[in-house]
Design a protein around this ligand. Structure first.
Ligand code: HSE
Length: 413
């Protein structure tokens, strides 16, 4: 029998406990050991829980219990999760987490601590919830050089955009609906501002390229400025707007990494990833495109990935799974102003012709139209250019009396 502990009894933690008790026998066969939850750490009281007798408020009960071989961290956030996880690893306990903020900000340090203690630190659930992506990227696609990863990595924003696209719901109403359905937090900023997607693309990029890519170094744009007019123009262009986290390997060896809303063509598989689902495309040099799809959040999908990692830890109690990236100083990340894309731009001009001004500034542009556009409104798609050039041209537009209402990358996925 192997004894484990769970730190955090929120949505995911209670799902982990539930799966371990409801699937006791099948998990025992897979792990070749019965799994017993010995402690659950949480500051709250759960008197009616079937696990009420094993709750503790003292982390030391877990840290100092030598019978506990695997610890599940599903508390979220960096404090105190980082301190607790590091202490467990240093004691030689393996740790499994779903905490993307922790892995994205502290992954290199925790992987080094795990390596030093000959323990495992696994985090399949930190990206894509129930979708297998960390293990496939690390193992099944290991023969590939990864040219690019692009994904819809946040279910809440994908739900909001889907409602805007399919039901012409405003951003504000779609967000309120997402909150009422329990998808979005009361404070939805980490989702709608793109921070959650940023953490996830940083984890995937670090794993694919072997060096830590820190969220603070990554350009991150959310969906708060997307309007129904933009959605209509995306349809006229032949696609939909999706929030994409992307990393591309450049010829220089540097990585172009960013999170931004994008026009995605109906030809791309990512265009049909709707509602709270996630979709992740990995472009390998041998495989070509491989796409992973499924539920990126939620109690049981996320807990399923956590429990699979627990089984893996149990099967590797005396050896290490090779899952590692080194620390870095951020040199590998190409500055965002050098990132290259064609752009959709929506403008108005009170005096003068917006389209003519845009042509003068951008040269070759393709105009888009929509029903009920005001006479002074104009939307167009540019040729590819760097973000630096784009910003300079947007300044030129502004100097010529044009109001730039929005600009969105055109995806080539
Ligand atoms: N807030 C996240 C999402 C939860 O909406 O995808 C899963 O990481």
């Amino acid at each position: 029998m192997i004894q484990i502990a769970i730190m955090g009894y929120g949505v995911v933690g209670s799902g982990v406990a539930e799966i371990i008790s409801t699937h006791k026998q099948s998990l025992a066969k897979k792990a070749k050991e019965e799994i017993q939850i010995k402690h659950i750490l949480d500051l709250r009281e759960f008197p009616d829980s079937p696990f009420a007798h094993i709750f503790t408020k003292d982390f030391n009960d877990i840290l100092n219990d030598d019978d506990v071989k695997v610890v599940v961290e599903v508390m979220g956030g960096v404090k105190p999760a980082f301190e607790f996880v590091k202490a467990c690893l240093e004691k030689g306990k393996s740790v499994v987490t779903s905490n993307k903020e922790l892995v994205a900000k502290k992954g290199a340090e925790l992987l080094a601590a795990a390596q030093k203690a000959n323990a495992n630190f696994l985090f399949e659930a930190s990206v894509g919830g129930g979708i297998p992506i960390i293990r496939p990227l690390n193992q099944c696609l290991a023969a590939n050089d990864v040219d690019e990863i692009a994904g819809i990595l946040n279910g809440t924003t994908n739900f909001i955009l889907t409602k805007m696209i399919r039901e012409q719901m405003s951003f504000k109403d779609a967000l309120a609906l997402a909150q009422s359905l329990g998808y979005a937090e009361r404070d939805p900023s980490a989702d709608v501002n793109g921070d959650d997607a940023c953490r996830k693309i940083c984890i995937l990029a670090s794993l694919a390229y072997g060096k830590h890519i820190y969220p603070d170094n990554i350009y991150t744009e959310g969906i708060t400025s997307i309007t129904l007019e933009d959605v209509e123009y995306a349809a006229a262009w032949g696609g939909v707007i999706k929030l994409i986290g992307e990393v591309k390997h450049l010829e220089s060896g540097k990585k172009d990494v960013f999170v931004a809303p994008m026009f995605i063509s109906h030809d791309s598989q990512l265009s049909s990833v709707d509602d709270v689902f996630n979709g992740i495309m990995v472009r390998g040099d041998s495989t070509g495109d491989v796409v992973f799809y499924g539920k990126g959040a939620g109690k049981l999908p996320t807990a399923s990935a956590v429990v699979a990692d627990v089984i893996d830890c149990i099967k590797h109690l005396d050896s290490r799974k090779y899952l590692f990236w080194a620390d870095s100083n951020g040199e590998d990340v190409e500055p965002y102003e050098n990132s290259v894309a064609a752009m959709y731009i929506r403008v108005t001009q009170d005096k003068g012709n917006a389209y003519e001004t845009a042509q003068q500034v951008f040269g070759n542009i393709r105009r888009l139209t929509r029903n009920n556009a005001t006479a002074n409104e104009c939307a167009f798609v540019t040729d590819e250019m760097s973000i630096k050039e784009l910003r300079a041209k947007i300044s030129q537009l502004t100097d010529n009396g044009v109001n730039v209402l929005n600009s969105i990358r055109i995806g080539d996925l």
